[in-house]
Design a protein. Structure first.
Length: 278
């Protein structure tokens, strides 16, 4: 049996996790000196209430190797195989924790994949892993396919501000200054090395919608296209209603969870998809 393990930043729908036996290792979010497990002891509604209504900046931390080890030991005991897909190693130490857990487990049938992505990008890789397992592919074939596919993930999203990325240390203060100007909407992606990249900016909400759409190129429609947002669905609703997007069919919206939400803030909207190239 091939089992899937991922972390909470993949934003896996609970139904998908339950139906496919996916193990999800939570990252941690600290709010007002209280530690929560992403998606376990704090949900999206409560988290965004703290972030928006209380104007607090949470702190996030990676899982420990032991958080993975408990799952890996169970896989080993049952003689199963495992594909573990983690948050980008450029954004978190989660990948390193999983690697160390594998070493401690002393079991070769655990395969750790650095997604070089986050949220809907990771979800795309998990979705494809499920499909390949159902198609009867071997674990080696699946790992090879997913390792290649991760280099074709595209994320393009508009942020209301860069303040959250700056506070979380994901971008420099100089870069964040771009988003501090009135009406400026930063447009971000995750680059080939798994880093957040502010690759352009738009003036005003309507221009931000147009810019996101203009940069949604080279879409491989053989895979799902995930709309993503954080807190407040109005922006995403307006984006999806744009006539230029009528040619696409979209998967269910992905609301970004607490860990990634900490670093991008509210009112985010965009897409995660697989391109023909990257």
């Amino acid at each position: 049996m091939i089992r899937i393990v991922t972390d909470s930043t993949a934003d896996i729908p609970s139904k998908m996790a339950e139906e496919n036996g996916i193990s999800i290792v939570p990252l941690k979010v600290c709010i007002n000196d209280k530690e929560y497990f992403d998606g376990v002891t704090i949900g999206r509604d409560e988290f965004y209430h703290h972030l928006v209504d209380e104007d607090v900046f949470p702190k996030t931390s990676q899982p420990t190797p032991n958080d993975f080890l408990d799952i890996f030991n169970d896989i080993k005991a049952k003689g199963d195989e495992c594909i573990c897909i983690t948050l980008s190693s450029s954004l978190s130490g989660t990948y390193q924790s999983a690697l160390l857990a594998k070493k401690l487990c002393e079991y070769d049938n655990i395969h750790i994949i650095d997604s070089l992505s986050a949220t809907g990008g990771m979800l795309l890789l998990v979705h494809e892993t499920i499909r390949l397992i159902k198609d009867g592919k071997s674990v080696e074939e699946i790992v090879e396919t997913i390792e290649a596919l991760k280099n074709r993930i595209h994320i393009v999203a508009a942020l209301s501000t860069l303040e959250y990325l700056k506070k979380g240390g994901r971008i420099s203060a100089a870069t964040a200054a771009i988003g501090s100007l009135a009406r400026i909407k930063p447009i971000i992606t995750v680059d080939v090395e798994g880093n957040v990249d502010v690759f352009t900016k738009a003036i005003g909400f309507n221009k931000a919608i147009s810019t996101v759409i203009e940069n949604m190129t080279d879409v491989d429609t053989n895979y799902p296209i995930y709309p993503v947002d954080t807190y407040g669905t109005e922006n995403l609703t307006k984006l999806l209603a744009h006539p230029a997007l009528n040619k696409y069919s979209f998967a269910e919206n992905v609301q970004v969870g607490p860990t990634i939400g900490t670093h991008v803030g509210p009112e985010v909207f965009g897409f995660c998809y697989i391109g023909n190239n990257r």
